[in-house]
Design a protein around this ligand. Sequence first.
Ligand SMILES: CC(=O)[C@@H](O)[C@H](O)COP(=O)(O)O
Ligand SMILES: NCC(=O)COP(=O)(O)O
Length: 262
Amino acid sequence: MRDHFPMTALSVNINKIAVLRNSRGHAEPDPVLAARVAIEAGAQGITVHPRPDQRHIRVDDVARIGAEIAAWHVRGRAIEYNLEGNPFAPPRGDYPGFVELVRRARPAQATLVPDGDAQITSDHGFDLAADAARLAPVVAELKSLGCRVSLFVDAGTDAAALERAAAAGADRIEIYTEPYARAYANGNHARELDACVRTAQAARACGLGANAGHDLSQHNLGALKRAIPFLAEVSIGHALIGEALYAGLAPTVRAYLAILAD
Ligand SMILES: CC(=O)[C@@H](O)[C@H](O)COP(=O)(O)O
Ligand SMILES: NCC(=O)COP(=O)(O)O
């Protein structure tokens, strides 16, 4: 008989709504309204990745989205706020640093990503052999703020490295799924999917929860979910928002939820 796991949570990343808004210098489309529509459609979480250059999600967005999510808590919906960022990136302008943003917003989860502003997007996970020691105090501070802490790692990250993540105090890892998504699009994803599965299984063996994200879509999500039925959360933005331009945000969110419920 197949093991039964809690349904994998869908956390909608709304960075790209802010990209569109910022392109005209107005207030529309508003990421807060996008978050509301996604939640109304059934999304269990909202993810944002405020970067020091504030190319999309801005410091004030973080607070406004947090207030929107808090309002859902009052109405009985335990929506999770997932804040992503590089805790080692220095403050810049009114960007106060990732830990300070977390201190202000008090999200359910902080996902630490080793990004730099020279990157067009996140493109790698932590080198836990090199980074675990300096991550430990940051993880402790974030947990003292009431956050679950997840570390962004490459698929294929092995048990020894994941033990370091657990020793650093992390609660979960998030598997970087771009290589899997790219291989899926090329019609030959077995090796990359296996790397995701092995890392998720090794994380579970270390007592870490397993999230996944980056370039997941309606095309490639089902195979990942079937291969890793115990995934705690997938955070999906770029493809989902792009698909929503054609099909609408609420129907698109519902389509992802149907894949995860299958
Ligand atoms: C960490 C990750 O893989 C994504 O959440 C990333 O935040 C996407 O960032 P952009 O939306 O800036 O491409
Ligand atoms: N952590 C992944 C995320 O939040 C969204 O990534 P993407 O779907 O925009 O590539």
